[in-house]
Each structure stands twice: as structure tokens, then as C-alpha cells.
Design a protein. Structure first.
Length: 510
């Protein structure tokens, strides 16, 4: 087998990421050597590969679905929003500058088409199949001329296109029809058909509509995936804050101890890698919620200040909302607070930023004896160490360089030398994303939190975050295997779009 597929969508958040992961897991279970690919990704949820390249977390999750290590080839262009109209451009895993939306779409994007096609060709030369994910909608006609992630990559690599629609939102038939009808004849030739996502109810009631859609467009539907809770893992959010905060199914195991632990996550602007708290939400008896008001911290046993693409902006927001004062009061009362990456920087005493916000000297919250200076070079590493007597791994993505001037070391090497972070009383801070996915460390940390909060909470002794992730990915593979026409999907990946697909007017405007 040697082939590929582009999973496009009628809208953003139609389910492209999870469908791509599901197809990848289904294929790898058939013995196919498969890799994911997304030419251009806009997301504040990113990951660091073994070689020190930054890519979208969705592609890292899809690589896990393929049971392979993620690489920069799988997401050659990553856009990290820094405001409403500008983003940091990360090319082949390294930041290359900050561009406005007009500057990027006005010329830079189209020049990257050769780069992304080269990356895709390298993957296709290594793997039996490459499952590509589009972005937004392929029918964004205002951006088609410079498109490198939807029909631009499909036409450049001659990939068949499967369009995913979220029927839970409504209007899925109009969305399918309109998506095809707004594409040029050359692009329409590659659109093979549709995949309905998040369907609730009796599929037989949907079938007449699918038959009419095929009659109108000459394209079949390759499957109807039922609605399932708890599958939205490692999503791409751009500027939008997800209030999901949990990776598991809605059926939750009861607490092991007498009490639950309530975790409040400050929903700061430009929040990045909010997936850090997914491992907490996976623990029986831990309740995670996102908050934006100081009164919502009153019953929290732990408050998390997460990462952010705008440390100074997030700090200003915390002060404006009254959350900064609430955090200071918590620390004075010995109640637990955890800062991760940008949140760690916010908890320090002083920030010197001439890079991200260019705000210069800014006082932090003063909860940790730490001074932060922003460097132009971004730190991108996959470190490991020990914390609270347990092994811990993570990944670092930050411009801020922290100088710890007191307190206790948080994460150390095997010889007791500090590697990262700081602790002062019940306040902890670290630059390491993903550290809470280390099961032993997470349990030890939650025991510390419970003791400081005065809760009779006991972590479950056998929660494996990695195993939960594998279960989720297998469930995505099951969805494809059980609810898609896998024989037809296989032919599509192997042989490309069917010949003679009809043109649906009016097509893309000239």
C-alpha cells in the first residue's frame, strides 16, 4: 500500500483532528505503516519532539495514534497567535518571526507551499500511507490563492479529499453541498465524498438525506460516526479557550479517599497548553474547572495558573479581574497554587520582557523568589528529572529565562541539583509542560496538595495517564472500523479520488 488522504472539514472544529487520529489508529492496527501530516496549524497547544522541534499537539497525538515518534515533518508550519491580528511563525519546529495576518497571507504563506510539499513527499517516501489534516474549511474562497493546507496541498500532492461535517451543529447537508460547490473544477475533482461526525439517533432516518446528497453532488458518504463523549483530545484552539478540561469519558470512577480535590484553572488570555491539566482531570476524585472570577477560587483546593503566549498580558488580566489579589491571599494562607511555564513566570517577583510584550520591567505577583528575563532564543527541550521523590518528564517551550533566588528546588537531577522550578510553602512553579502526566509524580503532588488544603483525599494507586490515552486512541480507531466503510476508505487512500466526479456549479469565483 502506498497512498494518502486529506481530511478536510466543513468548518473549524468539525472533528478533523480526531477523525485523522482515528483513521491513523485503524490503519496501524491493519499493519499499515502510517504517519499524520498537517501543513499549517494555528494553535497555542504545542509539543516538543525528540529533536527539539515545536509542532502542534494534535499532530503529536496523531503520531501516537500511529505508534510512531512525532517529527517536525508532520507539522512544518505552526502559527502561534499573539493577539487578534498577529502570530509567531514556527517553521520546521523553530520560530522564524512574528507576522500580521495580512503579512502572512499577503505573500509569506504561498512561498511555503514548496516546503510543505517537500515535507509531505519525504513522509510519503517513508510510510505506506500519510493521513493529512486540513484547516478550517477548504471553501474559504478569500484565502484559496495562498492556501497551503487544504486544496493547495491536495492539488499539489494529488490527494483525495474526505470532507467531515459536524451534524450535531445542524446544517450538515447544506455545508457539504456548499463546500463542494464553492471549489474550482480542478479542486472538485479531488473531493471524493463525506464523513458525518457526531450523529445522535437512528442512522436509517439520515440515509434518505445522504442518498439525496449523493444524487446532487455525485459523491458518496463514507461513514456516519456516532456522538461520543470524551474524545476531544489535544485540540487546536487558536485564540479560543476550551472549557473542556477533561480527557476521560463522562463515566467517572469514584474517589478513593473520603474527599475530592477541586482544581481551579485561571482562564488567562492566550492560554497555551491547557492540556497540562488533563492528567489531573483523569484522576478519580479530582474535579477540574476553568475560572475567570476571584470568587470562583474560594472553594478551590488547588489553583493552577497555566501557560500563556502573553505572560505580561495575562498578568495584567489577573490584576484587572481581581484574581491576582486572590492568589496572593491564598499563598499567605498556605493554600496550594501551581504555576506552569508562563504561569510560573507570573508567580515570580520580577519580569523583564523586551521580546514578547516589549513591556520592559514588570513586577510579578511575588509568590516565588524568581526573576524572569525574556530571551530572543526560544527554549525547546524534552527534559527529565525527579520531583517529590518520583521520576518526572516534561517538555519546555518558552522565551522566559528564570533565575531562582530562594525557596526550594522543585525538579532536580539524580544528584539533587536543581533542574527547574521552585517551591515556596504551598506555591509551586515549573517551566515543564506535561510533568503531571508522570503518574508517580502526579500522585505525590496531589498528596502534597491535599495535605496543604486539609482534604482527606487519596490518589488512586493505579491511574495510568498513558494507558488512558491509548484507550482513547483505540476508541477513535473503533469508531472508524465500526462506522465507516473501511473497504471504500482503503481504496480511496490507496488509489485516489474516483474518476469522473461531476462538477457542481457555481464553483469558485474567478
Amino acid at each position: 500500500m502506498s497512498g494518502g488522504l486529506l481530511v478536510a472539514g466543513t468548518t473549524s472544529d468539525a472533528g478533523k483532528s480526531v477523525v485523522t487520529a482515528g483513521i491513523c489508529r485503524w490503519l496501524v492496527r491493519q499493519g499499515v505503516k502510517v504517519a499524520p501530516f498537517k501543513a499549517q496549524n494555528m494553535s497555542l497547544n504545542s509539543f516538543v519532539t525528540r529533536e527539539g522541534a515545536e509542532i502542534g499537539r494534535a499532530q503529536a497525538m496523531q503520531a501516537q495514534a500511529c505508534r510512531i515518534e512525532p517529527t517536525a515533518l508532520m507539522n512544518p508550519v505552526l502559527l502561534k497567535p499573539g493577539g487578534e491580528q498577529s502570530s509567531q511563525v514556527v517553521l520546521l519546529g523553530k520560530p522564524v518571526g512574528e507576522l500580521s495576518a495580512r503579512g502572512y497571507h499577503g505573500g509569506r504563506q504561498q512561498k511555503l507551499l514548496g516546503t510543505v510539499l517537500d515535507c509531505l513527499a519525504e513522509l510519503r517516501g517513508t510510510y505506506d500511507a500519510v493521513i493529512c489534516e486540513g484547516a478550517g474549511s477548504p471553501a474559504e474562497i478569500n484565502l484559496r490563492r495562498t492556501d497551503i493546507v487544504n486544496m493547495g496541498i491536495a492539488r499539489g500532492a494529488r490527494l483525495p479529499v474526505l470532507v467531515v461535517g459536524d451534524i450535531d451543529r445542524g446544517g450538515v447537508f447544506a455545508s457539504f453541498f456548499g463546500t463542494v460547490a464553492l471549489l474550482s473544477p480542478e479542486d472538485q475533482e479531488l473531493v471524493a465524498g463525506y464523513l458525518v461526525n457526531k450523529f445522535r439517533g437512528d442512522v436509517s432516518l439520515l440515509e434518505p438525506g445522504l442518498d439525496m446528497l449523493q444524487g446532487l453532488t455525485g459523491r458518496r458518504t463514507y461513514g456516519v460516526l456516532p456522538f461520543r463523549h470524551g474524545l476531544g483530545i489535544d485540540e487546536e484552539d487558536g485564540l479560543r479557550v476550551s472549557l473542556r478540561g477533561a480527557v476521560r469519558e463522562s463515566v467517572v470512577a469514584p474517589p478513593v479517599g473520603e474527599d475530592v480535590l477541586r482544581v481551579a484553572v485561571c482562564a488567562i488570555p492566550l492560554m497555551s497548553n491547557f492540556t497540562d491539566v488533563d492528567a489531573l482531570a483523569a484522576e478519580p476524585g479530582v474535579v477540574v474547572r476553568f475560572v475567570d472570577r476571584p470568587e470562583e477560587l474560594a472553594d478551590a483546593d488547588l489553583v493552577v495558573v497555566p501557560g500563556t503566549r502573553g505572560t505580561v498580558r495575562a498578568l495584567r488580566w489577573l490584576r484587572e479581574r481581581g484574581l491576582a489579589d486572590a492568589l496572593v491571599r491564598r499563598a499567605a494562607e498556605g493554600l496550594p497554587v501551581l504555576g506552569v511555564c508562563g504561569g510560573f513566570q507570573i508567580l515570580g517577583e520580577h519580569i523583564e520582557d523586551e521580546v514578547e510584550s516589549r513591556a520592559g520591567a514588570v513586577p510579578g505577583l511575588g509568590l516565588l523568589p524568581v526573576r524572569v528575563r525574556f530571551a530572543r532564543e526560544k527554549t525547546l527541550t524534552r527534559p527529565s528529572g525527579q520531583a517529590l521523590g518520583e521520576p518526572v518528564e516534561g517538555y519546555e517551550i518558552h522565551h522566559g529565562v528564570a533565575t531562582v533566588e530562594g525557596g526550594e528546588a522543585f525538579i532536580s537531577d539524580g544528584s539533587g541539583h536543581s533542574l527547574d522550578g521552585c517551591r515556596a510553602g504551598a506555591v509551586w512553579g515549573t517551566h515543564w509542560h506535561g510533568s503531571l502526566e508522570s503518574d508517580g509524580f502526579r500522585r505525590a503532588f496531589l498528596r502534597e496538595v491535599a495535605a496543604a488544603a486539609g482534604r482527606r483525599f487519596t490518589p488512586a494507586p493505579d491511574t495510568s495517564f498513558a494507558a488512558l490515552r491509548e484507550e482513547q486512541l483505540d476508541r477513535l480507531g473503533d469508531l472508524i472500523e465500526q462506522h465507516a466503510d473501511t473497504d471504500a476508505l482503503w481504496r480511496l487512500i490507496e488509489s485516489g479520488a474516483p474518476q469522473g466526479l461531476p462538477f457542481i456549479p457555481p464553483g469558485a469565483p474567478a
